[in-house]
Write a protein that binds this ligand. Structure first.
Ligand code: CUA
Length: 177
């Protein structure tokens, strides 16, 4: 059977497109450093956060995990985050644990690929490395009520020389929070 030259060309072009599509999707899923927030953070009762060991006293703490420098225990509630401002030194690895006390919120650190839903009853857990001193805006991108547009926060990555853990971290034993 004779296959026309153009038929062969189009066949080859279609094959290249299919392979390119598969490649793009694969790169987007695993190659671009993007990971989905899964259920690793576990579930939680949103009505008793005040008594919870992690969320009873939200704040930024030194981490016990040797691979992590600081941990952020955060509660979202319309229309704010507690803590609203997170300060960490440059070059630090920060593990976030965020949950909601009321409705679904979002937590996007603008200009990074951090962007997650905050769901009551669930803990969103993710780790971020902040290399450069920089101030990031944080916003809620899930419509959560009449002041959704005002729901914002900040992550401030401070220069090593300006880092003051006594002032910027929360104490383990019920210090300032
Ligand atoms: Cu919280 Cu929108």
């Amino acid at each position: 059977m004779e296959i026309h030259r153009y038929e062969k060309l189009w066949f080859a072009a279609a094959l290249v497109l299919i392979i390119a599509f598969i490649g793009t999707v694969t790169y987007g899923a695993v190659g671009a450093g993007i990971s989905m927030i899964d259920d690793e953070g576990g579930t939680i009762d949103p009505n008793t956060l005040g008594e919870h060991e992690r969320f009873g006293d939200p704040g930024v703490y030194e981490s016990d995990d040797p691979d992590v420098d600081y941990e952020v225990n955060m509660v979202a509630f319309h229309p704010a985050y507690n803590p609203g401002t997170v300060e960490v030194p440059e070059g630090s690895v920060v593990e976030f644990y965020i949950t909601s006390r009321d409705v679904i919120h979002g937590y996007e650190i603008v200009g990074t690929n951090v962007n997650t839903m905050i769901i009551p009853g669930q803990v969103s857990q993710f780790t971020v490395e902040f290399d450069e001193p920089k101030e990031y805006g944080v916003l809620c991108n899930e419509y959560c009520g009449s002041f959704h547009h005002e729901m914002s926060g900040q992550v401030i990555v401070v220069e090593e020389g300006e880092w003051n853990p006594d002032e910027m971290l929360d104490g383990r034993d019920g210090g300032e929070s």
